[in-house]
Design a binder for this molecule. Sequence first.
Ligand SMILES: NC(=O)c1ccc[n+]([C@@H]2O[C@H](COP(=O)([O-])OP(=O)(O)OC[C@H]3O[C@@H](n4cnc5c(N)ncnc54)[C@H](O)[C@@H]3O)[C@@H](O)[C@H]2O)c1
Length: 272
Amino acid sequence: MRIDGVIAVVTGAGSGIGRAVAEALAQRGAAAVALVDLAEAVNTVADELGAASTGTKFAAWVGDTTDAGFRARVFDEAAERFDGLVRVCVPAAGITRDRLAVKVDRETGQPDLYSDADFRLVLDVNLTAPVYWAMEMVGRIAADRKKAGLKAWSPDEGEQAATVFIGSVSSRGNRGQVSYAATKAGLVGAAATLTQEGMFHGARAAVVHPGFTDTPMVRALGEDLIKDFVLPHTHLKRLIATEEIADAVCFAIGNASVSGSLWADGGWQPAP
Ligand SMILES: NC(=O)c1ccc[n+]([C@@H]2O[C@H](COP(=O)([O-])OP(=O)(O)OC[C@H]3O[C@@H](n4cnc5c(N)ncnc54)[C@H](O)[C@@H]3O)[C@@H](O)[C@H]2O)c1
């Protein structure tokens, strides 16, 4: 899949990995990047990336990725504004709601289970929404192909679309992250299924699994936790730079043979 000249949508683009992915796509010649985030900061990101880039157009949309109406509006407006279909989707918006799955209340001795409201929220933001953003893109490509009288895709047409989900090392399990880990592992099954079905339309999906990366999400853990529980288990002995994850994402987009999981984890080997 050529990044050069493509129209991309990146969610979570107001911060961290999403922002770095948007920047990396521009450096590799993307025609346009739709930047999506819940935070107004995404407007500033669009201005900054736009000022630094020569050829790439940027536009920002502020909204919640779990809102289906908002999602459809972004795709409608991006197609109109950038004069073409979105063919690269990196739905990077994500949240954590960390807590041990099961505790026992010290006073009552009763089990205290992880909040199911938090579980559903993390599921909505980290799994359901990214999968629907990918399906929104593929659906529009499928409809466009049908309109053009095209049936099953063939390789000589060139790849039509690529989704790269942002998984996590936590997809293998991580203490205190029962909801987060479940969503990130879920993306692997979704990507495999979207590839099996999507290749009828020439659309592929893959997952990049970052290790602990230097973003506000990780800095929120606190310096002590990073020093004592993260860095000792990371071969790199430092947090991963957002640019390194963005580079892995661009590799996964650009190399059509990548359809599964790509680990950009800095050698994360947590203690059992
Ligand atoms: N930082 C890491 O170490 C790390 C490791 C593995 C995976 N990840 C994943 O990478 C992705 C980006 O994380 P990050 O570290 O850059 O975090 P971040 O907090 O810096 O950025 C996440 C962005 O997503 C936005 N967002 C959250 N919920 C949203 C919603 N419902 N709608 C729209 N926007 C929403 C936030 O406003 C924020 O700007 C996430 O999916 C995260 O799970 C991060």
